[in-house]
Write a new protein. Structure first.
Lengths: 333, 322
């Protein structure tokens, strides 16, 4: 038996080690192939929708909610499927929530990580680090629940006045489900991610550079702000990219608190802009997913998914590019 | 991902404090910056504490022992709508099944990337693909899942009705959920293996062990804390996900069986997990029983906190090579 297996091995020319390498490599290739299949199929399913609308798909024309209704019902009637879809209000909502949350949490995460790395007393440092990790792992549906039961009623009852409601009553109804609620909670969700990457980058700043500045008589804040933060710039970019990808893909929480109508908040409305409802791409997919059974609707939903997937891929490319200079300092993020 | 990386060994000793370091003599902009950093740091602590404490208080108010053992029911009052036995079971089943797929795969990819990695272009492609998976929205995976499992070839994994494959089942949900746990496991396995110094490998090769034997008998046992951390972070991500479950598990609150083989029928059928239970019971959901949502959310949060704590313990035990 042993002899047989040996001759077999010799005939194939493979040592056990080579066989193991081949098997692991095959597994890796299988996973890669699966991901490739995923990307190809999503874009293939999405194509008819892009094909019918051209660049108008990204434009603003009419109400996407009505268009979705048209598309959905067109499959049931014996007529040509309708594909007309102009997603601008949804894309605008995605841009607003993502950029708003990323801006807000970038500023706070920067200050918090400077605080954690350099200025916090040992006791607070020891509490803050696990707290950051804890907050990063709270499921988004819990953030959504808290938002719906606490923040949304608060905005509805105390921030929005009757005057506000009347002034836009003929366009949209203000209920507290709003851009503001989405942005606030989303920034709380992505801040821990940023803080973790930022602090890693700040910790990797060579101590000697900081001490050189301190030795010249520059105070600690200015030293850290001018030298530490500047040196860690690649980490700041990488963390921001990571957090942006997370914000872009956030689905459930935004579906719960932003109001669920495809309305494009209008900056011309002044401060009311912030409390107007909206609905980003991922949340739209979740809420229309029951209509996947309708052929043209399926293509439209996959088109939205393809836009998300493309943006995520571009972000991960940007993150990779930003991470290259960081390798100099031995930071892995 | 690194939001939950094991804590670094204590930071280098802070610069010595002297009277000159006191901020009283700084320019006002610098003092303002420092004050702002303190303010935000403490606010961050306070907000997190408020969230956790609020969930605790609400949870203790609304969790009843009988909720754990009664099935959900379609009722319009808090009293009539039953408990969350099925969602709780669903969470456990989904986590086990998804990890059964993701863990071996993640381990294999992590080992291959760290120990073999040839040809190097394939290693680079793998690395960026895994990174892309980590950054992709889970809702996209869910949509792909509906497409994949509605194919006739996968009909045996879900309910079939007059030749139309329903495509929603525990199998479908778990296999797509494994995709979101995969990057975490790969990253942690790889990090753990790479933290082992080269002389350990060389010592093993020197006594005549092959590369795979070294990996199995020496490197993986040494990297166990990282592997465990990766697995637990993966579980945390899986039980916290909602979008995939809503779309691919059918979101029927009770288990709806399909077929008549005892265990397989449940796995082929639809169901729910704690996350979808919370989603459905929130005021925006279909059932709207906030007390139930708080109770289930509390249970979910406790599970996540326990996992977090376990990760901390595992990370603390993993300082062998530093």
């Amino acid at each position: 038996m042993a002899l047989a297996s040996r001759t077999h091995r010799a005939s194939r020319g493979l040592l056990p080690d080579q066989r193991a390498e081949l098997m692991l490599g095959a597994l890796v290739c299988a996973v890669l192939l699966f991901v490739l299949l995923l990307v190809v199929f999503v874009f293939k399913e999405a194509w008819p929708s892009f094909d019918h609308n051209g660049f108008g798909w990204f434009g603003a024309d009419g109400n996407p909610d009505q268009q979705v209704q048209e598309i959905y019902t067109s499959a049931n009637l014996l007529r040509r499927p309708v594909y007309t879809f102009h997603a601008w209000p949804i894309i605008w909502g995605t841009l607003l929530t993502t950029l708003g949350a990323v801006t807000l949490s970038f500023v706070s995460a920067l200050f918090v990580s400077v605080f954690v790395v350099e200025f916090a007393p040992e006791a607070i440092k020891r509490i803050l680090e696990p707290v950051v990790r804890l907050l990063a792992s709270v499921p988004s549906v819990i953030f959504g629940l808290l938002g719906v039961l606490i923040l949304v009623p608060f905005i509805g009852n105390h921030v929005i006045t009757d005057g506000n409601r009347r002034s836009v009553a003929y366009i949209v109804s203000l209920s507290g489900y709003s851009l503001l609620a989405g942005v606030l909670i989303l920034s709380l969700m992505i801040a821990p991610l940023m803080i973790a990457v930022f602090s890693d980058g700040l910790r990797a700043v060579p101590r000697g550079w900081l001490e050189g500045s301190l030795g010249l008589g520059i105070n600690r804040w200015r030293t850290f702000w001018k030298i530490g933060v500047r040196t860690a710039r690649p980490a700041l970019v990488a963390g921001t990219v990571l957090a942006t990808a997370r914000a872009l893909g956030e689905t459930v929480m935004l579906a719960m608190v932003t109001g669920g109508v495809s309305f494009a908040p209008n900056p011309a409305d002044g401060l009311i802009f912030f409390v107007e409802p909206t609905r980003p791409l991922a949340a739209t997919i979740l809420q229309t997913a029951e209509e996947l059974t309708s052929e043209p609707m399926r293509h439209t939903i996959f088109a939205m998914a393809a836009v998300l997937l493309f943006s995520a891929a571009m972000l991960s490319l940007a993150g990779w590019a930003a991470k290259q200079p960081m390798k100099r300092y031995g930071v892995r993020a | 991902m690194s939001a939950v990386a094991p804590p670094k060994p204590s930071a280098p000793p802070a610069a010595r404090r002297s009277a000159r370091d006191s901020s009283a003599s700084w320019r006002w902009t610098d003092r303002l910056g420092l004050a702002f950093a303190w303010f935000l740091g403490l606010t961050f602590l306070a907000v997190t504490a408020a969230i956790v404490l609020y969930m605790m208080v609400q949870g203790i108010r609304y969790v009843r022992p009988e909720l754990f053992v009664t099935h959900p029911a379609a009722g319009v009052t808090e009293r009539a709508s039953g408990g969350f036995l099925d969602p709780l079971m669903g969470t456990v089943i989904v986590a086990l099944m998804a990890m059964a797929i993701a863990f071996p795969l993640g381990l294999a990819i992590g080992v291959w990337l760290s120990e073999y990695g040839r040809p190097s272009w394939l290693a680079r492609v793998t690395e960026s693909t895994i990174e892309m998976l980590a950054g992709s929205p889970s809702i996209v995976f869910a949509l792909f899942g509906t497409l994949l499992f509605e194919q006739g070839a996968f009909a045996f994994l879900s309910r079939t009705n007059d030749g139309v494959v329903y495509g929603r089942s525990f199998f479908a949900a778990a296999s797509m959920l494994s995709l979101i746990a995969l990057p975490l496991i790969v990253a942690n396995v790889r990090e753990g293996l790479q933290a082992i110094p080269g002389h350990v490998r060389e010592a093993s090769y020197a006594v005549g062990k092959t590369r795979i034997a070294t990996t199995r008998r020496v490197l993986l046992p040494a990297a166990r804390p990282s592997v465990v951390t990766g697995a637990m972070l993966g579980v945390g991500r899986i039980i916290g996900d909602t979008a995939i479950i809503v779309i691919l598990l059918g979101a029927t609150l009770r288990f709806t069986e399909s077929g008549d083989v005892p265990l397989l029928s449940t796995l082929k059928g639809t169901g729910s997990t704690l996350t979808t239970f919370v989603y459905a019971n929130a005021p925006t959901g279909e059932i709207n029983q906030p007390e139930k949502a708080f109770a289930a959310g509390f249970v979910l949060l406790s599970m996540v906190l326990a996992l977090n704590f376990a990760v901390d313990v595992a990370a603390r035990r993993g300082r062998r090579w530093r």
